[in-house]
Design a protein around this ligand. Structure first.
Ligand code: CA
Length: 321
């Protein structure tokens, strides 16, 4: 069954600051960086959009008045995008009017702060919004992908709609052994790499309707349209097989294995990590509920995990009812 991945991992949180007045932007960015955040700055609304899609931030700090589109419009567009709506937006405004606050809330802003502000207050609001978004949306901080609960939401919506869909599980084999030799930090880098791979593949080859999540340690789920599942799976395997090599020493790569110690102190070898994918679709068989989908996809994944090289299988059992 699925393992819920709730390892606390400390990673630097990324803030995107959208502010057209350069000296103000620089000053805020400097302060936020000193506070330990990773900050990128955009000077226009459209530049902000580009930056959001390049690298999804953990939080957006956005000035209300910008030269091209205003903060309200930006909020509306971000909140209308399924992939982005979980990112909290704090609007910076010079005005104190109630009207602006109401308009900001209607546009989907999570919070606002009036300029001039005390930095302590800004930090407190940032932290509060980050905490709330983590709790509400269940984000895996290592991979920046949604967690188990949003996955269940997305899958249940699919299962209830009459639309054809595929659910595929992606799992990495050999993580435990890898951690034993290379340590926790390297393992985290591998997981980040897999998360990035999945995000990239979906971004390049998918549509807004595709959904990916982290559902266990080294286990991911993708909900997509049946016609895209094969393509995603093959791309993930290709990128993984090439990329995973960079996480090993040359010696291990040459041997094609790592050496680990068993509990009794005996040496044994473990192969280089592989990725295994298994899935199912309601296009080929009747799937009554999301739990059905999870169970079938899990079975196929287990079968796929039995192979020694990276592998992908879809449930092809036809069921006529
Ligand atoms: Ca401005």
């Amino acid at each position: 069954m699925i393992l819920i991945y709730d390892t606390e991992v400390l990673v630097t949180e990324k803030i995107l600051l959208i502010e057209d007045e350069e000296p103000i932007a620089e000053l805020i960015a400097l302060n936020l960086r000193m506070e330990g955040y990773e900050v990128s700055v955009a000077y226009t609304g459209y530049d902000g959009f580009d930056k959001i899609y390049e690298d999804i931030p953990n939080l957006i700090l956005c000035d209300l008045i910008l030269p091209d589109i205003d903060g309200f419009e930006l909020c509306k567009r971000i909140k209308a995008d399924e992939r982005m709506r979980r990112v909290p937006i704090i609007i910076l405004t010079a005005r104190k009017g109630l009207e602006d606050k109401i308009a900001a809330m209607k546009a989907g802003a999570d919070d606002f702060i009036s300029k001039p502000f005390e930095y302590e207050e800004l930090y407190a609001r940032i932290e509060m919004n980050l905490w709330r978004s983590r709790r509400t949306y269940d984000i895996d901080f290592l991979t920046q992908l949604p967690g188990f609960l949003p996955f269940l939401d997305a899958l249940s919506q699919k299962a209830q709609s009459q639309e054809p869909f595929s659910l595929i599980f992606v799992a990495i084999k050999g993580l435990k052994e890898y951690r034993q030799v290379y340590g926790e930090e390297n393992l985290e880098n591998v997981l980040k790499f897999v998360g990035e791979t999945i995000r990239e593949v979906l971004k390049k080859e998918g549509t807004k309707k595709d959904f990916a999540a982290v559902v266990g340690i080294g286990k991911f789920a993708i909900v997509t349209a049946p016609e895209r599942a094969d393509h995603f799976a093959h791309s993930i395997i290709k990128i993984f097989n090439e990329g995973v090599r960079s996480f090993y020493s040359l010696g291990d790569l040459e041997r094609g294995a790592i050496t680990i110690l068993t509990r009794r102190g005996m040496e044994r070898t473990a192969p280089i990590m592989t990725v295994h994918i298994g899935g199912c679709s309601n296009a080929t068989r009747k799937i009554n509920s999301m739990w059905d989908a999870i169970e079938i996809a899990d079975e196929v994944l287990e079968y796929s995990m039995g192979f020694t090289t990276s592998s992908y299988f879809m449930d092809r059992r036809k069921q006529y009812c």
